[in-house]
Design a protein. Structure first.
Length: 195
């Protein structure tokens, strides 16, 4: 069995895009089985290029004395923990939130959706690394992209978990805050600013 087949990637990313544009047929593109749940975590390899480019961008803003290898290690550990942390947290409280029935589908769509969500940041980072845009433009565009990504994450939570607006917003906020906390915590552990 391939790590990720071309068909699986194309199908799942098509579904993720259909969620982004809020199409009602999005779920038919995903493998919503137990196997599909576990395989969706492999989508992290498709997130890596954008994450590496964003890491390079962040590296250029650090003080000259910062340790490059330590920074890369800290970012790698942060990504690994962040990739699984929110699904674990949500699994622990899914019953109380009454999302147990849709939890697995949500994680699948969230994982594949992360590929689409990180791609614009990767493009922006590439433009910055190539010297085509400056730090100020990068910061402004990053903020704009962040708002679009948060809206996308809201659509995933609202449509796939089949929850109301307040809970969908709460889930997106919790996911975002947890990511920031993980990044800050790992940065502190390694004695390294992460941004």
């Amino acid at each position: 069995m391939a790590f990720l087949s071309r068909d699986e990637i194309v199908r799942s990313l098509t579904g993720a895009w259909h969620v982004f544009i809020d199409r009602p047929d999005a779920d038919r593109y995903f493998d919503l089985s137990v196997t599909g749940f576990w395989r969706s975590f492999r989508a992290v390899v498709l997130v890596l290029p954008a994450y590496v480019l964003s890491t390079l961008t962040a590296w250029t803003t650090l003080p000259a004395e910062a340790d490059e290898n330590l920074f890369i290690l800290a970012k790698a550990v942060s990504l690994a923990i962040d990739w699984v942390a929110f699904p674990v947290v949500l699994a622990l409280i899914a019953d109380r939130l009454r999302v147990s029935a849709t939890y697995s589908a949500y994680v699948i769509v969230r994982n594949w959706g992360s590929v689409i969500a990180t791609a614009p940041f990767g493009v922006l980072a590439l433009l910055y690394v190539l010297g085509l845009i400056g730090q100020e433009v990068t910061g402004t565009l990053s903020l704009a992209i962040l708002f679009v990504v948060l809206r996308y994450n809201y659509l995933i939570a609202r449509r796939v978990l089949q929850v109301g607006v307040p809970l969908a917003i709460g889930i997106v906020a919790a996911d975002f805050i947890l990511s920031l906390a993980i990044d800050a915590g790992i940065g502190g552990l390694f004695g390294m600013p992460m941004e």
